[in-house]
Design a protein around this ligand. Structure first.
Ligand code: NAP
Length: 316
């Protein structure tokens, strides 16, 4: 049966963005529920060590996730452990349908479902995630200081992250499946003049090898002549694109051609009372601090939106 209570705010997703939104919503006295289908923390739970969260030199991803969730709960935030199946925007209130058949309603919804790095889908990739396989050079590059790493991809991310890794690592081997890069010319020029970067064009990684202590290298295949060889490496960084988790984005919400939701500076979408924060949002930098900052922004914007609507429509 439908729950006819109208919340001020429903937050969907409990990564750093969603949890920060929850903390700020509680502090703004908004009647809020956060819905999460898994363990609170989002991608934090897949990150080994975090060394760029200000004020904390080093912390396990799972520990930071639990600390954020605990902080949010201590502010009185209700965290509902359910899967959201659908979000339907409405003029009076938005409807959120859950996997147990129930419905919740709210004046505002913040969608914070994030996304996930595109994977190669090759042997050794999933098994060695966090043990040498990474999708974030800013997060994990430091662990490969003075070591040999492989970067897969030929777009802006792959080349930009390779330049970052070249400052830390002994050698960066870029593996790209074509003979020309997709990345912009400036990045290509910089990459070609970087002595620590070695290019393997027209090549793909067919497997990642490892022993008990982590990644040991990759199997390479040249797509032109089918020649194969092994390349020793301590780390493999995969930058072949990022997939937004856009399943819950309602029809009519403006997205860019890559499936990221277009919002303004206040994290407002083109639908009143519907906000998107974190990695699902079109933006330049995808980091824990930016997601948290957007959670703060959106919650404060929602507080003003809800206050205005209640005053205008005499909602209690
Ligand atoms: P991207 O531009 O989609 O590039 C992905 C790269 O990975 C391409 O070179 C692609 O090869 C390769 N690739 C895709 N699937 C693959 C597979 N299964 N196996 C091997 N290689 C595969 O992704 P991105 O670099 O993450 O960039 C995403 C967007 O953000 C782009 O619009 C980009 O311009 C932007 N961005 C901008 C900046 C900047 O302006 N500084 C920095 C980062 C990202 P092909 O080329 O053969 O398709």
């Amino acid at each position: 049966m439908a729950d006819l209570t109208i919340h001020d705010l429903i937050i969907i997703g409990s990564g750093p963005g969603g949890l920060t939104a929850g903390i700020y919503a509680q502090r703004a006295a908004l009647h809020t529920v956060l819905i999460e289908k898994g363990v609170p923390g989002g991608q934090l739970n897949n990150t080994d060590t975090i060394e760029n969260w200000p004020g904390t030199k080093s912390i396990q991803g799972t520990a930071l996730a639990e600390a954020m969730a605990e902080h949010a709960r201590s502010c009185g935030l209700e965290i509902l452990n359910r899967e959201v199946l659908e979000v339907e925007p409405g003029l009076d209130a938005h409807t959120v349908r859950l996997d147990d058949g129930s419905e919740l309603h709210a004046l505002a919804v913040i969608l914070a479902c994030g996304g996930h790095p595109r994977q190669l889908g090759i042997p050794g990739e999933t098994e060695n995630y966090g043990k040498g396989v990474s999708y974030c050079a800013v997060c994990d590059g430091f662990f490969f200081r003075g070591k040999q790493v492989v970067v897969v991809g030929g777009g802006d991310s792959a080349l930009e992250e390779s330049l970052f890794l070249a400052k830390i690592s002994k050698e960066v081997h870029i593996v790209h499946r074509r003979d020309t890069f997709r990345a912009g010319m400036i990045l290509q020029k910089r990459i070609r003049s970087e002595p620590r970067v070695i290019l393997h064009m027209d090549s793909v990684v067919t497997a990642i090898t490892a022993d008990d202590s982590g990644v040991t290298g990759v199997e390479l295949k040249n797509v032109q002549n089918a020649a194969t060889h092994h390349l020793d490496a301590d780390g493999v960084f995969v930058f072949i694109g990022f997939e937004p988790n856009k399943k819950l984005v309602p029809a009519g919400v403006k997205m860019n051609t890559d499936g990221f939701v277009v919002t303004n500076e206040k994290c407002e979408t083109n639908i009143p009372g519907f906000y998107v924060i974190g990695d699902l949002r079109e933006k330049y930098v995808k980091q824990i601090v930016t997601a948290a900052a957007e959670g703060c922004t959106a919650a404060q914007v929602v507080a003003r939106y809800v206050e205005d609507r209640k005053a205008r429509e005499r909602i209690t």
